[in-house]
Ligand binder design. Structure first.
Ligand code: B16
Ligand code: MG
Length: 217
């Protein structure tokens, strides 16, 4: 078993894809005849695509047959893929590459733990794929965050004990999942919203080398 491992969420931690998810969900809501606000989009962070559609339909009070539901899932994803088509390294959130490089240079194992089924192509687009030893995403898990499955699977594949894993997360469900896995949770974003995290930072520019060294040792 290796000493310490780091697990990164994708959306809201490495890149801000939430804005593209929002546009695609808003387009579907508008087609179905109702509005979808930025505030409502907060509920969708870290939540699986299927659960997002269920919430969206609850918001719009729309009833769907299974065929319609499946069709809207496909439609939303096609629109989302269109929005992210032109993503590149300029969309990486501040200081993320710096932290990844620091850990990589120290041979610390790194995993992605994301709910997204589009995680791997996004990492390729922003040219960060080579930093990750392990990728666990929406294609591998059966239980969505706040269930700890995604992070436990990542720890196992990294060969690191769960309690030696550090998780960076921007979503409440993600912090709950990391805590349930008995990992060290670090909230990236609003400290009030992510109050359940062990540590909180507004973004990676606030995380310095000495803090990373403390986590590693
Ligand atoms: P997809 P994360 C999550 O990514 C997003 O925060 C969430 O809004 C989205 O619904 C989910 O991925 C599924 O994404 O439709 O691409 O499979 O934060 O877990 O990296
Ligand atoms: Mg996220």
């Amino acid at each position: 078993m290796k000493q310490t491992g780091f697990i990164f969420d994708l959306d809201g931690v490495i890149v801000d894809t939430a804005k593209y998810h929002y546009l695609a969900w808003k387009k579907l809501a508008n087609e179905l005849g109702f509005e979808f606000t930025h505030e409502q989009n907060e509920l969708f962070k870290g939540v699986s695509r299927k659960r997002c559609l269920e919430i969206l339909l609850e918001i719009g009070k729309v009833k769907a047959t299974q065929i319609q539901f499946d069709q809207w899932m496909i439609e939303k994803n096609e629109d989302y893929l269109e929005y992210i088509k032109h993503m590149d390294a300029s969309e990486i959130l501040p200081d993320v590459p710096k932290v990844l490089k620091y850990l990589k240079d120290k041979n610390i194992p790194i995993a992605l733990g994301s709910a997204s089924k589009n995680a791997q192509p996004i990492l390729e687009k922003v040219d960060l794929l080579s930093y990750f030893d392990v990728i666990v995403d929406g294609n591998n898990v059966t239980k969505a965050k706040p269930d700890p499955e995604v992070f436990l699977m990542a720890a196992e594949q990294l060969g690191v004990k769960p309690e030696k894993c550090i998780v960076f997360e921007d979503a409440v469900a993600g912090i709950e999942a990391a805590n349930a896995a008995k990992m060290i949770s670090i909230g990236i974003g609003d400290a009030e919203i992510l109050a359940a995290a062990k540590y909180n930072f507004s973004d990676f520019t606030q995380i310095d080398v000495s803090f990373l060294n403390t986590l590693i040792s």
